[in-house]
Design a protein around this ligand. Structure first.
Ligand code: 2RA
Length: 329
């Protein structure tokens, strides 16, 4: 497979290259792509060096699949050009996610929706992916009425500038700010910009994308997204009300048998998910599973995942693996 990685020099792009190699993805030709200022830079993949090329050069090379993580504006401009050249694009930005003509895919949930006609496929937001992977089997079994989610999001979701800001603040030096406020010893209740309704874009991604992936607009969802000074992954406190009652042990068993989910839930052994231990892994970890004693048919959970892997790079590559296995590319 001729594979283009668009945004190859960025944080997610670098993880995509790492995961492609780890999963021994059938890459016959790698095309690292980045903005003009990075053209000519060398990247290494599986011990071999490749020169970064610009966008138009990459379009002209007619990759089979292009894995995009280059921001929404770049995706809006260039994904259609890659698609017109016959390349199937899997995009990590928010540009296409809510487009009614585009599929929003978590392979374990809805890969079967994909057809050969899908030439631009949207990868959901990282905080959405880890939540819906856990919610999907429970929705099927108990029917979700409402979700309340609070997120505790890694600074890697913002990018290199945020990681540098935290390191500067650790060192007590003033540097470029990724956020309006210090992130060291702080928690910032704003991820991305605010919308008219007073929620942030990050919070509304959780609301809108979850409904699209689960194909159910009747689910009521509200979210609060918070940035915290850690790097391992995103954590989420999820409260979910079902139409039907449930048994907590049955919930654990359902999740234990859900592809891509690992249950870590034992108070006696202090077993629960934490981003420090989720970092570098591809699974979504769930624990603190307990009935919400304040409301019937309602459950509390704690969900953690590496936002750069299952939240971005790995999910994207799993979509590409599905396309190949289903002979859609
Ligand atoms: C964030 N999910 O964490 C967003 C974008 N990666 O900032």
């Amino acid at each position: 497979m001729r594979i283009a990685v668009v945004g190859a020099t960025g944080m997610v792009g670098e993880v995509m290259l790492k995961v492609l190699a780890e999963r021994n993805f059938p890459v016959t030709e790698l095309i690292p792509v980045a903005s003009e200022r990075s053209v000519g830079k060398e990247i290494e993949y599986k011990g071999k060096k490749y020169k970064v090329v610009g966008m138009q050069t990459a379009v002209d090379m007619k990759a089979d699949i292009a894995l995009f993580s280059a921001g929404g504006d770049t995706s809006l401009e260039w994904a259609p050009k890659f698609a017109a050249a016959g390349t199937t694009v899997i995009d990590n930005s928010s540009a296409w996610r809510m487009d009614p003509t585009k599929k929003l895919i978590v392979p374990e949930i809805n890969a079967a929706e994909l057809t050969a006609a899908d030439k631009i496929i949207a990868n959901p937001n990282c905080s959405t992916i880890q939540m819906v992977l856990v919610l999907a089997p429970l929705h099927k079994k108990y029917n979700i009425k409402r979700v309340i989610v609070s997120t505790y999001q890694s600074i890697t979701g913002t990018g290199v500038k945020a990681v540098q800001q935290l390191e500067n603040e650790y060192a007590g030096v003033q540097g470029e700010m990724a956020y309006k406020y210090p992130i060291h010893r702080n928690a910032i209740p704003q991820c991305d910009s605010f919308e008219e309704n007073g929620y942030t874009k990050e919070e509304m991604k959780l609301v809108r994308e979850t409904k699209k992936i689960l194909s159910d607009n009747t689910i009521a969802i509200t979210a609060t997204a918070v940035r915290v000074p850690i790097v391992g992954g995103h954590s989420e406190a999820v409260n979910v009300e079902f139409s039907n009652d449930f048994d907590v042990n049955e919930v654990r068993n359902i999740l234990h048998h859900t592809d891509g989910v690992v249950v870590q839930d034992n108070n006696d052994t202090y077993t629960y998910p934490m981003p420090m231990y989720a970092q570098g892994k591809d699974e979504v970890f769930v624990g603190r599973i307990r009935r919400d004693e304040s409301q019937e048919n309602t459950l509390n959970m704690w969900i953690v995942a590496d936002n750069l892997r299952k939240g971005a790079a790995t999910n994207t590559i799993q979509i590409a693996e599905y396309l190949i296995a289903a002979k859609l590319v």
